[in-house]
Ligand binder design. Sequence first.
Ligand code: ATP
Ligand code: MG
Length: 267
Amino acid sequence: MIIGIDAGGTLIKIAYTENGQLQFKKSPIADIEGVAKWVNGLGDCEICLTGGKSGVLRSLLTKQAKEIVEFEATHRGVQFLLSKMGRSETTYLVTNVGTGTSIHCIQNDSQERLGGTGVGGGTLVGLSHLLTGVSDYEEIVRLASKGSRERIDLKVKHIYEGKEPPISGELTASNFGNDLFSISDELTKEELLATVIGLVGETVSTVSVQAARQCDSSLVIYIGSSFIHNPLLKEVVESYTILRGSTPLFLENGEFSGAVGAMTTLQ
Ligand code: ATP
Ligand code: MG
């Protein structure tokens, strides 16, 4: 058995092969001891770790484990998962919307980190909790999918009243920038959560399309657990990326890229 483990800021992602089949598993970082117990209880296996918490996990393991730098693991994993989707691109941008967001340019076989933003999945959960009291991720994304951003966001067309705006009037001029003071008590959790997801989605896609120019590629591959069960975030990111002239791709099982990449170093 070979196992790749990506211990990130929020979630531990595990990819392993069992009877030749690729399997995935994930756990909250709070359960890192449980993950270590699971690994320690396995029979003969080879392990490769990656991610910001790999050192903590290593200290809990009774087995030997290799380690690989997170960005390298992600790059290898994205290549592997792309080929599983039958794709053969060699130049593209990877935007990993994890706890935070990290952006990488892939050209042929090399990767370069172009930057990122602190707005990511952690922002999604943190701001959502502060604004509505909801803290469960699945509940946040479920409620958000039923909400409208109409009353909270300010669009370009709201500013350019009575005249033609120089850019699309449908673009967001200011996230949370509408005239809210008089309606703040009426706003529903669904509306607030949808607007938080809009803020995160528009920020990560705006930064990505700008970085894509630096990478000489119009393909932006989005990965990270922030897209799990989150059709609204995907919709915002997809439409914004297309609007700004790039092509988005959501990698199947993309949240496991780091774990898969770590696992492939053992083959
Ligand atoms: P980083 O790479 O920044 O160290 P990470 O690898 O832990 O962090 P991901 O697992 O890619 O990050 O994404 C974490 C985000 O995924 C969370 O911030 C949250 O928005 C979202 N998420 C998806 N499923 C869950 C879940 N079950 N529990 C908590 N957050 C979840
Ligand atoms: Mg990560």
